[in-house]
Design a protein around this ligand. Structure first.
Ligand code: BES
Ligand code: ZN
Ligand code: ZN
Length: 511
């Protein structure tokens, strides 16, 4: 049975280490000329264990980031740990949130290898910089929970759960600031769970996640986290004149819909126009009549990763709170060839009133987002951020190392990049030179939906920009970063949940 429930408990205790038999004590090791374990944890171990440990440390332990070694302590008595787990933290001068996330993930993976259920973990303070307690606490929880994400939902093994990993209980020991660490771990937990929600959605196959099933999932998430959720069904979209999203959905038997989530800030609600997050939610992108080659097409089940990032971020924001109103808009459609499908050469009328000549039905993201951002504007959004697996050109430009970002507000772009840097996600700016507009001029309509191969990532973004009016707007193309073929301790093959933590950090202003 695939079980969605979380079974891990993280406790924070202030004081000196206390053990019960059969527990495992994690000893952080710094990478130095002579790798060391902090004196204050050493002192609390029985003499014979201290001696054995000194031998082990002298015999090839490097303290390299993520290194793990399990040592049985033998002869352990009632209040002594029965096993030690050495955990390499890397160089003290390199110790930051990203190092901590990786060390924590490596620890969580080791728990699986060694079948460790319960650990005692001294808080991973760098020896000198105690001021980073919050950041390290957040990263610790993120590393552990991100690494537990299990993508094998459809394996029928009997013990299959949404989270993998052996840990059931982690006790974090600290000599000070227990309340700061507690709060940080709770925040990291929320951020990692929000990311895992996005991964889970983006990994769903197209047959398991149609636009309406996505709407049901959004409704359930909204209900659980206290958000309002409204679904604009196809007839409603017709009434509103949303020709972009309707055209993209027209080739499919699974009708499109728009999902509108609302977070209302406590006392500040309504005092300022909201921020809108708009996600591309193509539950499967065949390319439509301009059909894609079959090799690798299966990956296009993740063409709703932008929508998943918006949903995850909205869940995280609802749980953590924010001081402004936020609207999440998801444009959900399935891009299929079919008897009623959009054809190359067709002209569509968008919600904003502009017409688009569709020269390639595989450039569908900008069509649904044209309606999405224009709808955000009609709800008087002050700032609009759209996030989308929009172009193969973004993959060519930046590979899997950074999302492309562009827009009309340098300030928002800068703040987003700073938020990303704090959570370990990169956003790289693309220029929106007005000359590029020439590329998507149409002879028969206001614009075309494709501007040719040159600067394909930029023209795609700029086409969305045609629908935001004067509103501050930023576009994020996550085509290269939403999916990975390479697994790490923090991340299995598949959807990455990219953007969730940056958007949460952006909204909360972070420190
Ligand atoms: N969903 C794709 C973009 C994509 C490519 C996402 C690779 C993730 C990985 C998008 O709808 C698309 O097909 N774009 C076309 C546009 C072209 C026809 C102008 C592309 O990039 O090839
Ligand atoms: Zn496409
Ligand atoms: Zn697409």
């Amino acid at each position: 049975m695939y079980d969605e429930e979380r079974t891990l408990e993280i406790c924070v205790e202030e004081g000196t280490l206390e053990f019960h038999q059969d527990t495992t004590l994690v000893l952080p090791v710094w990478q130095k000329e002579n790798p060391t374990v902090s004196e204050r944890w050493m002192q609390q171990l029985p003499a014979h264990v201290q001696r054995a440990l000194a031998d082990v440390l002298a015999s090839g332990v490097t303290g390299e980031l993520g290194e793990v070694m399990l040592i049985p302590t033998f002869l352990a008595e009632g209040n002594q740990p029965s096993r030690l787990l050495l955990l390499g933290l890397g160089k003290p001068t390199d110790w930051d949130a990203s190092a901590c996330r990786r060390a924590a993930a490596s620890l969580a993976k080791a728990s699986q290898r060694y079948r460790v259920k319960e650990i005692h973990l001294p808080f991973l303070y760098p020896d000198a910089q105690l001021s980073d307690t919050r950041v390290i606490g957040v990263a610790l929880a993120e590393g552990i929970l991100l690494s537990r994400y299990n993508p094998s939902k459809y394996k029928t093994d009997k013990d299959n759960t949404a989270e993998s990993g052996f840990f059931e209980r982690i006790t974090v020991w600290t000599e000070q600031q227990a309340s700061v660490i507690r709060a940080a771990i709770d925040e990291g937990t929320v951020r990692a769970e929000a990311t895992n929600v996005a991964r889970r959605l983006a990994n769903e196959p197209g047959n398991m996640l149609t636009p309406y099933i996505l709407a049901e999932r959004a409704t359930a998430i909204a209900e659980k986290s206290g958000l309002d959720c409204e679904i604009l069904s196809a007839p409603e979209l017709e009434r509103l004149g949303m020709g972009g999203i309707l055209a993209v959905g027209s080739g499919s038997d699974n009708p499109p819909c728009m999902i509108v989530l609302r977070y209302r800030a406590g006392k500040g609600s309504g005092s300022e126009p909201p921020l809108a997050l708009v996600g591309k939610g193509i539950t499967f992108d065949t390319g439509g009549i301009s059909i894609k080659p079959s090799d690798g097409m299966e990956e296009m089940k993740m063409d709703m990763a932008g929508a998943a990032a918006v949903l995850g971020a909205m869940q995280g924001i609802a749980r953590l709170g924010a001081d402004r109103d936020i609207i999440g808009i998801i444009c959900a459609a399935e891009n299929m060839p079919g008897g009623k499908a959009l054809k190359p050469g067709d002209v569509i009328h968008t919600f904003a009133g502009k017409t688009i000549e569709v020269t390639n039905t595989d450039a569908e993201g900008r069509l649904v987002l044209a309606d999405g951002v224009a709808y955000a504007r009609s709800l008087s959004a002050k700032t609009i951020i759209d996030i989308a697996t929009l172009t193969g050109a973004a993959v060519i430009a930046l590979g899997s190392q950074a999302a492309a970002v562009m827009g009309t507000s340098e300030k928002v772009i800068e703040r987003l990049r700073e938020a990303g840097a704090r959570v370990g996600e990169r956003f790289w700016p693309m220029p929106m030179y007005p000359e590029y507009k020439e590329q998507y001029k149409s002879h028969i309509a206001d614009i075309k939906n494709v501007g040719g191969r040159e600067a394909g990532c930029i023209t795609a973004g700029m086409i969305i920009g045609e629908f935001v009016g004067e509103t501050d707007w930023v576009h994020i193309d996550i085509a290269g970063v939403a999916w990975t073929k390479k697994a790490s301790d923090l991340q299995p093959v598949g959807a990455t949940g990219f953007g969730v933590r940056s958007l949460i950090e952006f909204v909360r202003g972070g420190t």
